[in-house]
Design a protein around this ligand. Sequence first.
Ligand code: BGC
Length: 930
Amino acid sequence: MTLSFTRAAALAVACSVSLVGGTLLASCSSGGASKADQQPAPVVLEVGEGFSNPIGYYESTPRFSWQLASDGAGHYQSAYQIQVAASAEGLDRETLWDSGKVVSAQTSWIRYGGAPFDSRQQAVWRVRTWDENGQMSRWSEVQSIELGLLSNDDWQGQWIGHPDTELSQQPSVQVLATPQYLRTEFALESAIKKARLYITAKGLFKPFINGQQVAPDDVMTPGWTPYDERIETLTYDVTSLLKTGDNVLAASLAGGWYSGRVADLMALDHQLPPRLLAQLEVTFSNGERQIIGSDASWKASQQGPIQFASTYDGERYEQRLEMAGWSDSNFDDSDWQQAVVEPILPTIKLAPKRHAPIRITQAIPAIEVWQPSEGVAVFDLGQNMVGVPRLQIPVRADQQVTIRYAEALHKGEFYTDNYRSAKVTDHYIPSVTGTADYTPTFTYRGFRYVEISGFDASQKPSQEWVTGLVQHSDFEIRASFESSHSKLNKLADNIVWGLRGNFYDIPLDCPQRDERLGWTGDAQVFVTPSMYMADVYGFWSAWLQSVREEQGDDGKIPLYIPFVEWINFASSGWGDAVTIIPWQLYQLTGDDTILRDNYAMMKGWLDYHQSQMKDDRSTMMTFGDWLQPYPVAEGKKANRGDTEFDLISTAFYAHSLQLTINAAEVLGYQQDIAPMKQTLSKLKGLVRNTFYDQELKPKTGVETQTSYLLPLAFDLFNPAVQEVAFAHLLEQLAKADNHLRTGFLGTPLLIQVLHERGRDDLVYDLLFKESYPSWFYSVNNGATTTWERWNSYTLKDGFNPQGMNSLNHYAYGTVSRYFYEGILGIQPLQPGFKEILIAPKFGQQLDQASGDYQTPHGDVAVSWQRTGRAVELSVTVPKNTQATIELPQLQRTSLQVNGEAVVNENQLQGLKPGTYRVVGQLQPEQFLSN
Ligand code: BGC
């Protein structure tokens, strides 16, 4: 829709129409908008991908976003004005940028138009809007933004570390794996106005000032990026921790992802020396500044209590080595060594962290404890989770406490096979008899059960001894889908736990075994559902930067990002994450920055695809339809499923081409479009003729559900041929008694294709299946997360004997997209939900469903109840959007909107923001087919 606005309109009679409690209200006013008439100010003011009032921001030309207040009289924005200034007072006097009144309905991702911000720059901003009637809003509340250090030149500090870890000393693995403690003392002579700590590590750090933790909830910082390209830096406001007089800045430091191994590559484990980089900048009330950087004057020790730390293997803590007051003044560090320094290389970019760090977000109490044998206690947290425990346990001096973990038990037996080479064991060695209070610092893992041995056996184990500290990248989890079906709710909850645990600075395949890697294929099947469930735009767009950095000159995308040499080839369906993820993020946010930033990478990936073409097919390697159930193939090959590999690779090439064409169209890169379209049309012909015979059956290889899903989902055939493919798919489904036979690649496509072709009855059928393979199969067998395999565990037979058997893999959680887009029926009709489709699908398995999604414009909420064939639906459409409600299953004559009958209408189009209630009767045949 187009909205126009002229200044004159503001002075004319202005009317606004609003829908309140199902009643249309009209209010009119004449004359100019006086202060009293002003509409409520915009709300939810954010910069970039969802930051409010950030400190240490990463973009020198930030993007601004807001939402219209839900209680404003108008429904649409016709214009906006943004002002940016150095201080709140400056907003009225001297701005850094004033957009002026811009006639536009856009409320998100508006790029700052002033001179780019510098490192450390602080600014404030505000926005006001005009509605469709020319009514002006009040100015928003003033927001702040402060940048981090944008350039390597901003750093005066140097990388520092313990001298024993210098590679020239040929340190042992043990020395490199021993955490370091670093400290410096300094005096501040004047009254302190403001202080910022800029800090990072090659490895992991925990900062302290004057004996206090700078960020108690932040863990595993700075996170994981391609460390030889870019290391993220954190910015902390530490004004309140410092004092005039003597101060101490300190940090503990461990190897983390920087020096720990990948998989079972023991030769790579703890080969690199962890290093710390810190810069404390203090501004005094008198205007002077003082900078304390990490340098050779710092002191270093490896004689602290944490004697070993590894992300996979665990931690060793020795109480006798505790150094009371080590991060405070008046500590005797005379037996500490002088730190060694390494220069900051210009080739490794230091850049502000562009999404929230991992934090402890929740504490889970143990729900049960028992003693399987003398001196051993097992605690059940009731939930497979990711993080570490807090232990408060009775100990005896010098008696080692060993803490083991498991994601699951079978008949009481601890299951650790699926950790593979990851030891996932902590050791606590007390020096004093009493209660130990211990939380591991530089490690994490997926677990539900904690086994403790070596505690003071004279005490009876009690649930209070163990609490699970849940860690994940600190975004807001918004998942709100809820229904009348308890198993479906449990499944939804399990999927959210899979999201929580595996969004661990990067999107992990799993959080427990010796992988925990940013596998691209898993990421592409889960990106969209994750966006419906959590505020993860920043998380994804940050990871995509790492993906760009890891792309080869030939366009190759490694299998997991960040990449460390372990498995080194490219796979179709995995590398295609680089086209799928940006395109999906654009659909949900409407932010074309995500396409612009990644477009070159998308094109590069197409080049790589092209390089793998031989004659009539792509020969790109692929993991195939990974973990498809009932494979015909045997042995290790079975993991890759039966769908012809070259078909998968050629089809994904075509799909990536289509998405890159879409991106070029959005970005206006006209010259790229025609050649890409040509290649695409050629590829479509190749897919048809190379892989399918006259009857459209696979020429070679096995006929699978996925062999039809690929062309259907990627729109590779003309409509008539697609019909045939769909008929074949339905035959395949029927042959499997309407069970899925799909792995990682096929599963999301199966739901998509059935939904797009109006066979939601079959999606419901799949979703509510109890028998193997199905989602409820895992729920029925006690799952509290999503499993890697459809049959990772059964209550009867125990664990799948394969070592590769994660009980926390989000890939099959892809089905949760359907909760929002299918059952609730919320979909963007335009990128960023400027236009919204509400097309809920009803099934006899459900009496009720509800949920909402936070679009860039505000909340869209859907709730429906069904009693027999009678359906009652309520929908909230956010401001500045319009909606279409589509209910083909409802009998036309009985539709009601806001209490009034709407005859011959099952498409409610052009709905304005407001709340709607629709009542109708399901058509008998429609309902029975479910
Ligand atoms: C990971 C997967 C990944 C796969 C590649 C596995 O080990 O856990 O999720 O996508 O390898 O096929």
